[in-house]
Design a protein around this ligand. Sequence first.
Ligand code: NDP
Ligand code: 13P
Length: 329
Amino acid sequence: MIEVSVVGGGSWATALVKILTENKIPTNWYLRRNEQVKHIKEKGSNPSYLPQVRLNPLFIFPSDNLLEVIERGQIVIFAVPSAAIQAVCNELDSSLFTNKMVLSAMKGTVGANNEVPSSFISRILNIPATQIATIAGPCHSEEIAASKLTYLSLSCTNQDTVDRLSVLFRRPYIKVCGNDDPMGVGYASIYKNVLGIASGMATGLGYGDNFMAVLVSNALFEMQNILASTPAEQREMLNSTYAGDLLVTGYSNNSRNRRFGELIAQGHSAEIAVNKLGMVAEGYHATQGLFGYANEKELNLPILTTVYRILFGKESIETGFKKLEEKLI
Ligand SMILES: NC(=O)C1=CN([C@@H]2O[C@H](COP(=O)(O)OP(=O)(O)OC[C@H]3O[C@@H](n4cnc5c(N)ncnc54)[C@H](OP(=O)(O)O)[C@@H]3O)[C@@H](O)[C@H]2O)C=CC1
Ligand SMILES: O=C(CO)COP(=O)(O)O
């Protein structure tokens, strides 16, 4: 019987473990804090993230021993914040991954070169591109916790890998779509977090639905520009994997990035907003990473530039948005 290993103890990892264990797949689960591991073993729920989710104890094997967890699974899912993936990979040797399939569940940029998480993992752990996939789509963990209908996408250049991973995630409330554009999905999943922050800032500043619609449609153009810098043979950006995730992050109250933007608009510093959130807002670091990438590629992205100047360039949020008003169409 196939076993899966999940690395990360946060809300997304918990939602993925819920799906896997409902499908009766033995799931080895690495969480870095031992008290979390003990609580899950004793009570069958994660005390820190999505505590309302009851997990079937027969199929979860939580542990704070990373190597043991990785060794046990034939499929390894990485679901930590992208800022943590370098530290996690530093503890691992590529020999651990021989003949394993890997799935990146992260939506952020990695390292000084702003790599897409799946590319980073593939390079550092020597995983062939055909053996590593990305899971994405509009998929707030809170809704998966409540078993609300969700469309996940699995993206890999190898259809066989997509097919083999897809069966793990199908549930009555989960539909799985295949995709062969992991780089494009990676960049779209990173950019949508920046739009989430912009949307939260706009809400916090008191803009209404009319402006929000303009902001989000302009963001679709920005996503299109970013995607054009990573060409693909076939890509339909209006597919929910790309545009749908942008929309849910821009509009949903579940979005951490949107809440982060609202906190900034309320006058909090980025550090305080991160602490108040208690969960990762990938868009914060991604804004910096993507801004560097956009400059390198000479892309004109007014929303990204505005968020960057507010978060990292000391521009006031009011001035930033006044200037942005003139650039949107
Ligand atoms: N939440 C969601 O709905 C979705 C999230 N994602 C993506 O999934 C990724 C993870 O996000 P999410 O689960 O929401 O984040 P959370 O903030 O909910 O949780 C982060 C988890 O990572 C752990 N962690 C942090 N640093 C390390 C480290 N160095 N080593 C090991 N574990 C570490 C934290 O441990 P501790 O608790 O001890 O701090 C915590 O368990 C992000 O890239 C996000 O964009 C994708 C789709 C949906
Ligand atoms: O990726 C997500 C939804 O698809 C989660 O977005 P947030 O991190 O903004 O909550």
